[in-house]
Design a protein around this ligand. Sequence first.
Ligand SMILES: Cc1cc2nc3c(=O)[nH]c(=O)nc-3n(C[C@H](O)[C@H](O)[C@H](O)COP(=O)(O)OP(=O)(O)OC[C@H]3O[C@@H](n4cnc5c(N)ncnc54)[C@H](O)[C@@H]3O)c2cc1C
Length: 419
Amino acid sequence: MASPTQEITTSAAASAPHAKPEFKKPATLPPPNLDFYGLTETLPAEEQEVLKQVRSFMETKVQPIITKYWVEDAFPFEILPALKELNIGGVGLQGYGCRGGSGLLAGLVAMEMARFDTSIATFFGVHSGLAMSSIYFGGSEEQKQKWLPPMARLEKIGCFGLTEPLVGSGASGGLTTTAKREGDTWIINGEKKWIGNAPWCDISVIWARDLADNQVKGFILENKTTPGFSVEKIQNKMALKVVQNGHITMENCRVPEENRLQEDKSFRDTAKVLRGTRYFVSWEATGCAMGAYENALKYAQERLQFGRPIGSFQLIQDLLAKMLGNITASQCLVGRMAQLEAEGKMTDAHAALSKAFCTSKCRETVAWAREVCGGNGIAADYNVGRFFADAEALYTYEGTYQMQNLIVGKAITGLSAFL
Ligand SMILES: Cc1cc2nc3c(=O)[nH]c(=O)nc-3n(C[C@H](O)[C@H](O)[C@H](O)COP(=O)(O)OP(=O)(O)OC[C@H]3O[C@@H](n4cnc5c(N)ncnc54)[C@H](O)[C@@H]3O)c2cc1C
């Protein structure tokens, strides 16, 4: 295919050596190819169909309205009926009314959602990943039968409460939320900060330290009917503005023993959930970078400066090529991670390296995308600033970049740098 540069007509230049060559835009330009090495093609045909449906939902129901909601810090409840119809709740989880499907499909769904909007991918990841996986891995058979089917149907939406106002990275050893058993009831006291979906969802998986044995245990709290449970929406965020994050306060919340996740014995079980969901943030970060790249590439093909599209300038093409390199490297990495997960070989260090690499490459990529768009790159209306801001949250949540590297560092040196 002819490049824009090859289309420059030379006649004017020949007749007047100092005149600027005229630029003739090619009749057609290639559409952005966000899957350069064809990762999606490795899915079986029926799973490719599911992915197409997710893409169509994001394109038709989310893309046209999301900037308005992002600017207003609001969640688009209007999309929920169509999202329910997609029937993807619990994708990658088997049984209990969950959508099932391969781990690769679940990852590609997260990537595809994030490519259009990282907040919607996060809302879905918190519910279908963090909250549902906590019950899937830590719940008894009875608990899974009770809670997962309505969550898979998105009739009950969940959140995951681990982080506290004073304890983030140090959650493994430092949780201050307490659980005290009195007969068949647990009394929960404490606060949780940054909890996605909490201001409006139905169910919270809360991690608390059992005062009797000092171990972290998981509890299912019903937000709207548990006395002593309150949530305040966190205001004035600059990233993932569509996700509603809450500051939860629990004052003598009484929770029945039947709502304690029966298979969870210690923070190791919490970490098992985080291993899977951290790896999922890699997919979201890859999608976020794709969204920024797609919009920046279209902009570069259309925006004229010095009489020609900025996409015809060498320095802009350098940025675009580097962005595609980051995206493709991340896709290859998460594709291999899906294989490791399917074979039961994914370790904490694998997940940590994947999260650290993909989120840092995402951060680099969205910054280049913003740069390509010049001043318009910081305006929400041009669809790049949103990805630029949202990447910051991906880089930090579910364990910061530094925490991931400490996990990898411990695995490769055999020496723990954790305090
Ligand atoms: C948008 C958003 C959504 C979130 N959603 C949820 C949710 O749904 N549920 C939930 O439980 N939590 C959630 N979180 C919380 C998130 O997981 C924490 O913000 C994150 O783990 C970091 O904790 P912190 O913010 O307390 O930072 P801190 O732990 O205070 O860290 C601050 C800085 O210090 C660095 N640091 C800390 N300790 C070390 C060390 N030993 N060595 C080197 N550097 C160190 C960190 O890397 C970081 O750069 C969310 C956060 C955000 C921003």
